[in-house]
Ligand binder design. Structure first.
Ligand code: SF4
Length: 420
């Protein structure tokens, strides 16, 4: 930038006057209520999506007092489809606070606004700058990207030290006047030109002193969130065979990893399998030995399963009785139930090893559940027709050997595992 040329804010405002967004519904008439409503709605959501919701909301709840008096169910109903419903609950709670503590008017005080539910530092600053022209810096996602590039601030903005540097840059660039326009302008720049992918630097009003552009390093800023190492867990997979070569399978609990699917029993590492089978199913087995462990990657952890081959000591075929959640599966005769993909693939590999001459079915069988943690599968209704073992599951004893894949240990992570 040559001496005498407008500073960052001056160039940005000149660009905004021509190219900025001036027709957003919360810009005219501009009020603290309308600005606050739009700022909360715009968290995590794009302008085009927000506009019809904003207009419906405003028609029904024209001010803080009306929103504070509303039933939360009506607020949530008007919010339906916008997602992140905590925002709607916070909106309602904040309106009640404004009505009761600030006489229905948004206070012109950064700390007081930040104290409202769902309002962070940047949102509070944006509300006050746009509603009252107050001189406060903002740092939302778009602004972080612009400033990280313009000042070449290294590091992931989620790191407190990096965020502190970006806040300092944002404050340093603030103009003395036109704060409402400047706040909208820097948000517009991030949303329309300095975009995450393919920024339009050739049209950017602050390109002349943009360090990332000068150094041809735009793609490096802002840095991505560092990847976390995926935790590693282990479990035993119990391959319990009866005299006919059938395998004991059980239905997993409805929630958590592989919820509702049929599977070979899974056991925590370090527990003696034969004792666990006796305690959990009332079956006497002898151990034939461990098989080659194999791994399966979930989104939040990697699981190593060590198959343990076990043989029933006595033939219990004559004593079988129905057990809705435990069955004997004959891999050659029975229709396969909905099995987790890694378990099915293991069973198919085993069948090929045990009888190499037999034609191997495709691993893409409809029974292979590709999702490592799906909802209960309708395929599981095609469970094998053979009846269950002499199993007498006891809630007390079955918990003793429960695998580390149990919902109680993995519930949240399991519910977010990768979908293939
Ligand atoms: S020059 Fe490019 S990278 Fe730099 S602020 Fe402008 S659009 Fe962003």
């Amino acid at each position: 930038m040559a001496a005498g040329e407008p500073d960052f804010a001056g160039r940005l405002l000149a660009w905004f006057d021509v190219h900025g967004r001036h027709d957003l519904p919360w810009q005219s008439p501009r009020s603290a209520y309308r600005v606050w409503l739009s700022e909360v709605m715009l968290q995590q959501t794009q302008v085009a999506t927000v506009i019809p919701y904003f207009e419906r909301f405003l028609a029904r709840f024209p001010d803080f007092t009306a929103l504070a008096a509303a039933d939360i169910d009506e607020v949530l109903a008007l919010w339906a489809g916008l997602g992140y419903y905590a925002r709607a609950r916070n909106l309602h709670a904040a309106a009640k606070q404004v009505a009761s503590r600030h006489r229905g008017e948004m206070p012109n005080d950064l700390e007081a606004v930040q104290a409202l539910p769902g309002v962070g530092r940047s949102t509070a600053a944006a509300i006050l700058a746009q509603a009252y022209g107050a001189r406060h810096a903002i740092l939302d996602g778009n602004v972080k990207r612009v400033l990280a590039r313009h000042a070449a601030v290294p590091g992931w903005p989620g790191e407190p030290k990096v965020a502190a540097r970006l806040w300092a840059v944002s404050e340093r660039l603030l103009p003395q006047t036109r704060l409402a326009d400047y706040t909208q302008a820097i948000m517009d720049l991030g949303a329309t030109l300095c975009t995450a992918r393919a920024p339009a630097c050739e049209r950017c009003p602050v390109a002349d002193d943009c360090v990332a552009r000068r150094d041809e390093r735009v793609a490096e800023f802002p840095a991505s969130k560092p990847a976390k190492a995926r935790p590693f867990r282990q479990a035993q997979l119990l391959v319990i065979e009866n005299a006919d070569g059938d395998l004991l399978i059980e239905r997993r609990p409805p929630s958590g990893i592989w919820g509702g699917l049929w599977s070979l029993p899974v056991l925590d590492p370090g527990i003696e399998p034969a004792a666990a089978v006796r305690d959990r199913y009332g079956l006497a087995v002898r151990k034939l030995g461990g098989l080659q462990p194999f791994r399966h990657a979930f989104t939040h952890f990697e699981l190593e399963l060590t198959p343990q081959r076990l043989r029933l000591v006595t033939d219990v075929g004559a004593a079988v009785h129905e057990q809705p959640d435990q069955r004997w599966l004959n891999m050659r005769r029975d229709p396969l139930p909905g099995l987790p993909a890694p378990v099915l693939q293991f069973l198919l590999r085993q069948r090929a090893v045990d009888a190499p001459a037999a034609p191997a079915p495709s691993p893409t069988s409809p029974n292979a559940h590709p999702d490592p943690c799906p909802e209960p599968s309708t395929a599981s209704s095609s469970a094998p027709k053979r009846k269950a073992s002499t199993a007498r599951p006891s809630p007390a004893t079955s918990a003793s050997g429960s695998s580390n894949m149990s919902p109680s240990r993995h519930g949240a992570a399991g519910s977010r595992t990768r979908r293939a």
